[in-house]
Design a protein around this ligand. Structure first.
Ligand code: NAD
Length: 372
């Protein structure tokens, strides 16, 4: 199969769809891989790295889109990219179609077979191509929180781990899923005193079994949170209610009960945020202060560590890239229902029910799409 990997063009996107290692594997499987010159630079991969792995370097994105049977990317295709997609071509990338009618319409008009990373499933009900980015954002959250706690950034001037004779920072993590668990582990590793809140008792049991002793768990109630907010130095928002906007768990009035200079890191900002005073920020200008409380609300946190994020994403996507290339998308999806769950559009049909519901568009069952 001819596989193409263009440079990402969304603002401040430094990740790349294929690493040199992924290229090497695909070439070993007998495929031809084209990579746009410079595509890997933001993640620290040079053109020479790709050439050594067996890629053909191509100057323009237009040539990649024109010649590829499968395009592998990171972010949803931008309008100029969507205009180059066509029927019979496979697009494998993050799409997030539900809130994006323009993109949905363009993909349907193009006839492209689009498989979305974020809807590929695993056997345990997880989203394995979303999880690596949650792991990255979770581990980054205490690092950014520690930075924001520094005096020059408006923070309280508290060191996460304290020092001998001075207690550590108190960290509260709301939501003990993928983001929350990784955030708690890193915060505890920095020496902070960490409490994780969740609404799921099975999840709290799991966390206690595995991490008991390293951090504490509390059932997430308004009362427990109010108590913890009073002494918290850093609060990480990591809740998710699938398919819904994040619940506002900290209200503006609650800020007055917190210590001045305490920090809120709202990782759930991409779902609207779980603090009432959160608004999305960027890596260029990541923090702002409301009522003396510092807020960090960057919506694409993994972008700050593009190299780690690219490699982590690549580890998760590679088996699917190889299956799609080795077998063709139909056979690969027929053999693997989890990959079939990723199918969002094919030959002008929408094939993902949640997007159909969100936008009022008829959906063709993905199983029927396999026969089209
Ligand atoms: N900002 C970024 O760059 C970035 C990157 C990755 C993920 N995210 C976002 O982070 C959030 C968390 O993602 P995840 O992968 O950890 O999800 P997850 O499903 O693994 O975990 C969410 C957890 O929240 C818990 N929860 C739900 N309601 C709660 C409540 N009221 N109180 C306490 N806990 C509650 C759930 O029980 C679950 O354990 C999502 O909104 C996701 O989109 C943001």
């Amino acid at each position: 199969m001819r596989i193409g990997c263009p440079t990402e063009i969304k603002s401040h996107e430094y990740r790349v769809g294929l690493t040199p290692n992924a290229v090497r594997e695909a070439v070993t499987h007998g495929h031809q891989v084209m990579v746009q010159a410079g595509a890997g630079l933001g993640s620290g991969f040079t053109d020479a790295d790709y050439t050594a792995a067996g890629a053909e370097m191509v100057d323009s994105a237009e040539e990649i889109f024109a010649r590829s049977e499968m395009v592998v990317k990171v972010k949803e295709p931008q309008a100029v990219e969507r205009a180059q997609l066509r029927a019979g071509q496979v697009l494998f990338t993050y799409l997030h179609l539900a809130p994006d009618p323009d993109q949905t319409r363009d993909l349907l008009d193009s006839g492209v077979t689009a498989i979305a990373y974020e809807t590929v499933t695993d056997g345990q009900g997880g989203l394995p191509l979303l999880a690596p980015m949650s792991e990255v954002a979770g581990r980054l959250a205490p690092q950014m929180g520690a930075w924001a706690l520094q005096k020059a950034n408006g923070g309280r001037g508290t060191l996460m781990g304290g020092v001998p004779g001075v207690g550590p920072a108190e960290v509260v993590v709301i939501g003990g899923g993928v983001v929350g668990t990784h955030a708690a582990r890193v915060a505890a590793g920095m020496g902070a005193d960490v409490t994780v809140l969740d609404r799921s008792l099975p999840r709290l049991r799991y966390l206690d079994d595995v991490f008991g002793g390293r951090f504490k768990t509390r059932y997430s109630s308004g009362g427990a949170l109010a108590e913890l907010l009073e002494t918290a130095d850093l609060v990480v928002g990591a809740v998710l209610i699938p398919g819904a906007e994040a619940p506002k768990l900290v209200r503006r009035a609650d800020l007055a009960t917190m210590k001045p200079g305490a920090v809120l890191v709202d990782v759930a900002i991409d779902q609207g945020g779980c603090f009432e005073t959160s608004r999305p920020t960027t890596h260029d200008d990541p923090i702002y202060t409301v009522d003396g409380i510092v807020h960090y609300c960057v919506a694409n946190m993994p972008g700050a560590v593009a190299r780690t994020a690219t490699i982590a994403l690549g580890n998760a996507t590679l088996p699917h890239v190889l299956a799609l290339a080795d077998k063709g998308w139909r056979q690969a999806c027929e053999d693997d229902p989890n990959l079939l769950a990723g199918l969002n559009t094919h030959a002008g049909h929408l094939t993902y029910y949640a997007v159909g519901r969100a936008q009022g568009i008829d959906v063709l069952s993905p199983h029927l799409a396999l026969k089209e």
